[in-house]
Ligand binder design. Structure first.
Ligand code: SAM
Length: 251
């Protein structure tokens, strides 16, 4: 039997953590489609992202709030959906484990809105001097720059075809491409990177997505396709709709 004081304390906690009386006694409501659709959804998303940024103190989430405000047409929710984030956390954690925390210049190809760059720059376990994020789509450059506004002088978004970059002049000590499913000829692109450069590559078996022109069915097929000089990590991460594959090694 709880004392009156204990009941008061547990009710007080319940007021903080849960609605009182408990929400599970309410009639079920739709959670995915609110009944009152509002035209100012972007304003709500912006407020929410800013609140989460304040709560988490994450420069990346602060960058997402800025993108929502400044680039309302950017598909930021797609780029930052939970599967995309899980795949990039997997990349970041595995990189740390197999290749360590220190990098002079990281080059990210097919870098899209610069999320992976921000994830690496804000992670205090890493020491990264600079990140160059290249993408062939000119529309993503300004968005990536906004998203990484917290890292002036450390992050650059550049519009370029990854097949046209001078990788010798670039002098990156890590080359990342998590968009290999979008690349017509992976081997010919890898051939442009100086031998011995550390690389991190991801692809997937999401064949039904029309923009995926070069999916692979397994990590073994990805390993054969990339034909890296050395491989220190080869793995698969199943998600609900597809499996993502990753290789870390040298070109
Ligand atoms: C949809 S996004 C990224 C998907 C991937 N799952 C990820 O998050 O890393 C693929 C990006 O690759 C870019 N891309 C495709 N071909 C490219 C090329 N030849 N050079 C540079 N970027 C390219 C596209 O413009 C696009 O922004």
């Amino acid at each position: 039997m709880k004392s009156t004081a204990e009941v008061a304390v547990s009710k007080a906690h319940a007021v903080i953590a849960l609605a009182w009386p408990p929400a599970y006694n309410d009639r079920m409501k739709h959670t995915s489609h609110p009944s009152c659709q509002t035209g100012d959804w972007y304003e709500h998303a912006f407020d929410l992202a800013r609140g989460i940024a304040t709560y988490t103190r994450s420069p990346l989430i602060d960058g997402i709030a800025r993108v929502i405000a400044k680039h309302p047409d950017a598909h930021i929710a797609n780029a930052f959906n939970h599967k995309q984030v899980a795949c990039k956390i997997w990349a970041r954690d595995t990189l740390l484990e197999v290749a360590g925390p220190s990098y002079g210049k990281i080059a990210i190809l097919g870098g899209w809105y610069g999320i992976l760059g921000a994830m690496l720059l804000e992670d205090s376990r890493f020491e990264v001097a600079t990140v160059d994020s290249f993408d062939i789509d000119p529309d993503v450059e300004a968005v990536a720059q906004t998203l990484n506004a917290a890292f002036p002088g450390k992050f650059r978004a550049l519009t370029a075809d990854m097949y046209g970059i001078d990788y010798v002049a670039l002098q990156a000590d890590l080359v990342v491409n998590t968009s290999c499913e979008h690349i017509a000829d992976l081997r010919s692109w890898l051939g442009r990177i100086p031998a011995g450069t550390r690389v991190l590559l991801q692809s997937n078996d999401y064949f039904s997505e029309p923009t995926h022109i070069n999916c692979v069915a397994s990590v073994e097929e990805f390993t054969r396709q990339a034909a890296l000089t050395t491989v220190v990590f080869a793995g698969a991460l199943p998600t609900k709709k597809y499996t993502r594959f990753m290789l870390i090694g040298t070109a």
